[in-house]
Design a protein around this ligand. Structure first.
Ligand SMILES: NC(=O)c1ccc[n+]([C@@H]2O[C@H](COP(=O)([O-])OP(=O)(O)OC[C@H]3O[C@@H](n4cnc5c(N)ncnc54)[C@H](O)[C@@H]3O)[C@@H](O)[C@H]2O)c1
Length: 457
């Protein structure tokens, strides 16, 4: 069975490679010529553990190809998946569906019966219907339900563990009202029946909403623990123990109760916003989600101000220097979209603080830094990049752990103590926004973490 995957970003590339691994004939399409060129050279344009070898193996076996030629890939394909971006629309926060609709038009022009067109992108309720209308309008010779169907199959993979998430998902959600599409998509996911993955067949609208509701719920858990962390600090409680104490309740669960500087990434910020907009448009507001969005925006600003107030205890901000360890929104990805660092670093720079950054994927000499100002904005030109965490710490007033990369979990604390300048407390300062260290390990360091007692001895 031939599958055409339209869009070869985080989702399209991983999904295409995994379907090829299942044994299907996959053509991955992307409109970005440079991306397709690199993929055809065996170079993976994103960082995702295990992806390079999976792509290479499946290319060698002839089951995975990359092209910019959408029309050739779509004609003859039984399944066409749309996996293009759906970023926030400038100005109002609705999902920008222009890439999806453009892909739908291009698909329509090349469609040969019978094909299931599947939206894998995260799209608001009603989008699949709209895609079907586009195809029907542009191809009056084809009949929906006979020559083609449109189905929803949202993707739940997480960057950093995307292959495992795709191969061993908690569930697969498929929204369709066509028995033909039902049959074809069941066959596509048959390899997962062996590991007894629950496949939820539902209406198109419900499938579209399941994706947003899942992300909004997880975002809510993060915002919840972050606000409770602030309360812990006021009442001398410990947020780590609190999270464990509530998370062990099976109804609540321990996941997504890790305190931090606010959620980021390519999904939660834009998806909570888009869901809230849909709800307002339908006059059924989701006040909880509105509060989550607000709380998370405030969180990132508050974290930046927290660093500044720690530095202020040393005196004048201007001239002080901070080592930022980790700028990606989470470990094991190169994705910077909506990361907390994008609020924190520019705020520090604006206050006159010198910022030295080390991230395992963004470091002095890394290729990824070439267009960093275009990617993140001009203030980032002022950042000094380091080749390792210790170089960033040298002569800095404080080090801040922003992303919990493995290599920050076992910092040489002796070296950290000796490289950082001494603060107003006569101790070097380590600010840990991921609570990766135990407070008792921090003798001789002014250790500032979240929702726990500050250590000043
Ligand atoms: N990144 C994640 O972790 C994740 C997880 C689950 C769901 N999603 C959703 O999946 C969708 C894709 O996300 P992503 O992170 O992979 O996006 P991305 O920006 O990394 O990739 C999208 C790709 O689509 C290509 N593209 C756009 N229009 C095209 C067209 N007409 N023809 C061919 N290629 C085209 C772009 O060049 C780009 O390479 C989004 O809706 C997102 O919300 C993302």
């Amino acid at each position: 069975m031939r599958l055409a995957m339209i869009g070869s970003g985080y989702v399209g590339l991983v999904s295409g490679a995994c379907f090829a691994e299942f044994g299907f004939d996959v053509v991955n399409v992307d409109s970005d010529e440079t991306k397709v060129y690199s993929l055809n050279q065996g170079k993976i344009p994103i960082y995702e553990p295990g992806l390079e070898s999976l792509v290479q193996q499946n290319r060698e076996k002839g089951r995975l190809r990359f092209t910019t030629d959408l029309s050739d890939s779509v004609s003859g394909a039984k399944v066409v998946m749309i996996a293009v971006g759906t970023p926030s629309r400038r100005g109002d926060g609705h999902a920008d569906l222009s890439y999806v609709f453009q892909a739908a038009q291009q698909i329509a022009a090349a469609l040969t019966p019978y094909t299931v067109v599947v939206t894998k992108s995260t799209v608001p309720v009603g989008t699949c219907r709209h895609v079907a209308e586009i195809i029907q309008r542009l191809r009056p010779d084809l009949k929906e339900g006979v020559d083609f169907d449109v189905a929803s199959n949202p993707e739940f993979l997480r960057e950093g563990s995307a292959i495992n998430d795709f191969m061993r998902p908690d569930r697969v959600v498929i929204g369709t009202n066509s028995s033909k599409a039902h049959q074809i998509l069941s066959n596509l996911y048959r390899p997962l029946y062996l590991i007894e993955t629950p496949i939820v067949f539902t209406s198109i609208e419900t499938a579209e909403l399941i994706k947003y509701a899942s992300n909004a719920f997880l975002a809510m858990k993060i915002a919840f623990i972050n606000e409770l962390s602030d309360l812990c600090e006021k009442v001398d409680a410990d947020v780590q123990e609190l999270a464990k104490g509530i998370g062990l309740d099976g109804r609540i669960g321990r996941k997504f109760l890790n305190v931090g500087p606010g959620y980021g990434g390519s999904c939660f910020p834009k998806d909570t916003l888009a869901l809230s907009k849909t709800a307002h448009d339908k006059e059924s507001p989701l006040t909880l989600i509105d509060a989550v969005i607000q709380a998370n925006d405030n969180r990132k600003k508050n974290m930046a101000n927290r660093i500044l107030s720690v530095l202020k205890t040393n005196g004048e901000l201007k001239g002080q220097s901070v080592a930022i360890l980790g700028i990606t929104f989470k470990p094991n990805t190169d994705d910077l979209r909506d990361a907390a660092s994008l609020v924190i670093v520019p705020t520090l720079l604006k206050a006159g603080v010198k910022v030295k950054v080390y991230d395992p994927l963004y470091y002095k000499g890394a290729d990824r830094l070439k267009n960093i100002d275009i990617l993140l904005g001009e203030p980032w030109l002022e950042v000094e990049w380091a080749s390792n965490p210790y170089q960033a710490m040298e002569m800095s007033e404080a080090a801040v752990i922003l992303t919990e990369w493995n290599e920050f979990r076992a910092l040489d604390l002796e070296k950290t103590r000796s490289l950082l300048k001494t603060s107003a407390h006569s101790l070097p300062t380590l600010i840990d926004f991921r609570n990766i260290y135990k407070t008792y390990e921090m003798q001789g360091i002014h250790y500032h973490s979240l929702g726990r007692k500050e250590i000043l001895s």
